[in-house]
Design a protein. Structure first.
Length: 165
């Protein structure tokens, strides 16, 4: 998933790839490679170009606060595709929401089950398209009423994936 990150006033485009349940790989245009493993909630073991760090990531009013090496950094992340996931704009979606595939691909992981309560912007499933894994997120808070797909299933653009009420 490609996102924009703003930290210490600098904005960078990065690509985040989920390597496992709590393991991530981050790549930037500058060639830096970052591997991160969530060791406890909000705490990550991070390797940046061969150098190891421990980082705490704490939700804040505007993005997150990152504590690493005795320093604190305010950071914010924005997904350029976010407008696609929020059909009702800044006020959020209400009522029954049908979650659809943004592009053709293959469902590689389902992160929630039917009946689960989810928050707006929470990951529901991961769809692989063009060798990229894209996390499909909830457009609204609610209960997962129905999941129409299973892991390994191919999906077409616009195909319903789930319903949240």
């Amino acid at each position: 998933m490609k996102v924009e990150v703003r930290i210490l006033g600098c904005e960078r485009s990065i690509e985040i790839e989920r390597m496992g349940p709590r393991k991530f790989r981050v790549r930037g245009k500058e060639g830096a490679q970052i591997d991160a493993l969530e060791v406890t909630p909000q705490t990550y073991s991070v390797i940046i170009n061969g150098h190891a760090f421990e980082a705490a990531v704490i939700p804040a009013a505007e993005g997150v606060l990152v504590r690493c090496g005795g320093r604190e950094f305010a950071a914010s992340i924005s997904d350029p595709r976010a407008w696609r996931r929020r059909p009702a704009g800044v006020f959020g979606a209400e009522g029954q929401q049908k979650v659809k595939a943004a592009m053709p691909g293959k469902v590689v992981r389902i992160l929630v089950s039917e009946g689960a309560t989810v928050e707006a912007d929470q990951g529901l499933m991961v769809v692989e398209a063009m060798k990229m894994q894209n996390e499909i997120r909830a457009s609204t808070s609610g209960k997962v009423e129905r999941i129409f797909v299973r892991e390994g299933q191919a999906v077409a653009a616009g195909e319903p994936l789930a319903i949240i009420r």
